[in-house]
Design a protein around this ligand. Structure first.
Ligand code: PHE
Ligand code: FE
Length: 288
C-alpha cells in the first residue's frame, strides 16, 4: 500500500518524510533504533531550552503533565509515552512520516490516537521551523493529552473534522484548531498563560505571546474564531483566550452544521484586526 506524501500549507517544498513505509491509515513504525546520537543530543538540547521557557508561561495542566513525562534526556520511544498516556486518558500516540491528509488526521484523533512525526529538525533549524517535526508534536501536543477535558476536546475535534469535510467547511474548522490547539491562550488565576502547541514548542513565540504589545488577544468567540484567517509562517497577529478547557469543550459541543451554513457565505476576517464586540486582553505587564 503506498500513500501520497503531504506538504505543509501552500508550501512548494517537497515533503520531508519517508512515506514509503506508511500504512493505509498513514501510521508507520517509529524505528527508534535509527536515530543517531547527534539526533538524541539535539532533541535533549531542544527539550532543555524549552523546559526553561515554559515555566511561568505555560498553563498548569501542561506543566504538571510535562513534569510527569520522562521525555527529556533523549528521543522517547513512542510506546513508552503511549503506555502512561493510555493510563491517564486512554490516548495513544502513533508514528507518522510527517504531515498527513486531513481525513486521515481526523480519523486518528476520533480514535484517540495522536500522530507524531518521526523525523527531527536539523541543527540549523534549532530556533525556527515552519513544518511540524517530532519535537513540536511531542513537546507541544502530547502533555495536554494527559488532561481529561482537553483529551476529550481533541477527540471531539477529530469527529468534528470528519463532519466538516462532509459540509465543505474544512477551512472554517481548521481555524478553530489553529487558534486553540496550536496557538491558544488561557486566562488563569495567575493571569494569561499559553496552552497552544505552536507557541509551546517555539522559543521566539513563547517569549512574546504573553508580553508583546503588538498581537491582539481576543476573548474566545466561536464564530469569530471560525472566520479569522491565519498565517503559518510568522508570529501570530491574533490570539484567542479561553477561560478554561471546560469553556472550549462546552462551546464546541453544539452542532456546527447551522453555523457552517451561516458562516460559509461570509468573507473571512483578517488576523491582527480588532472588530466590534471583541473582548480584548492587554499584554502581560511584567516578563515572567
Ligand atoms: N460540535 C461540532 C460539530 O457538530 C464538532 C466539534 C467538536 C468540532 C469540538 C470541533 C471541536 O461539528
Ligand atoms: Fe501542531
Amino acid at each position: 500500500m503506498t500513500v501520497t506524501p503531504v506538504t505543509y500549507g501552500e508550501s512548494k517544498r517537497p515533503p520531508r518524510g519517508d512515506y514509503s513505509t506508511a500504512r493505509a491509515d498513514y501510521t508507520c513504525d517509529q524505528a527508534w533504533g535509527g536515530y543517531t546520537p547527534a539526533q538524541h543530543d539535539l532533541y535533549a538540547r531542544l527539550f532543555a531550552r524549552q523546559l526553561r521557557l515554559v515555566q511561568g508561561r505555560a498553563c498548569d495542566e501542561y506543566l504538571r503533565a510535562l513534569a510527569h513525562l520522562d521525555m527529556g534526556e533523549r528521543i522517547p520511544r513512542f510506546e513508552d509515552v503511549s503506555r502512561s498516556l493510555g493510563r491517564a486518558t486512554g490516548w495513544q500516540i502513533v508514528a507518522v512520516p510527517g504531515l498527513i491528509p486531513e481525513e486521515a488526521f481526523f480519523r486518528l484523533l476520533s480514535q484517540r490516537r495522536f500522530p507524531v512525526t518521526v523525523w527531527l529538525r536539523t541543527p540549523q533549524e534549532f530556533d525556527y521551523i515552519v513544518e511540524p517535526d517530532l519535537f513540536h508534536d511531542l513537546f507541544g501536543h502530547v502533555p495536554l493529552l494527559f488532561d481529561p477535558v482537553f483529551a476529550d476536546y481533541m477527540q471531539a475535534y477529530g469527529q468534528g473534522g470528519l463532519k466538516a469535510l462532509r459540509h465543505n467547511a474544512l477551512e472554517l474548522l481548521a481555524r478553530l484548531y489553529w487558534y486553540t490547539v496550536e496557538f491558544g491562550l488561557i486566562d488563569t488565576a495567575q493571569g494569561l498563560r499559553v496552552y497552544g502547541a505552536g507557541i509551546l514548542s517555539s522559543p521566539g513565540e513563547l517569549e512574546r505571546a504573553l508580553v508583546h504589545p503588538a498581537p491582539l488577544r481576543i476573548g474566545f468567540d466561536l464564530r469569530r474564531v471560525l472566520r479569522t484567517r491565519y498565517e503559518i509562517d510568522d508570529f501570530q497577529k491574533t490570539y484567542f483566550v479561553v477561560d478554561g478547557f471546560g469553556q472550549l469543550f462546552g462551546e464546541t459541543a453544539q452542532d456546527f452544521a447551522p453555523i457552517y451554513e451561516q458562516l460559509l457565505p461570509l468573507p473571512p476576517l483578517q488576523a491582527g484586526r480588532a472588530g466590534p464586540g471583541d473582548r480584548l486582553y492587554g499584554a502581560v505587564a511584567a516578563p515572567c
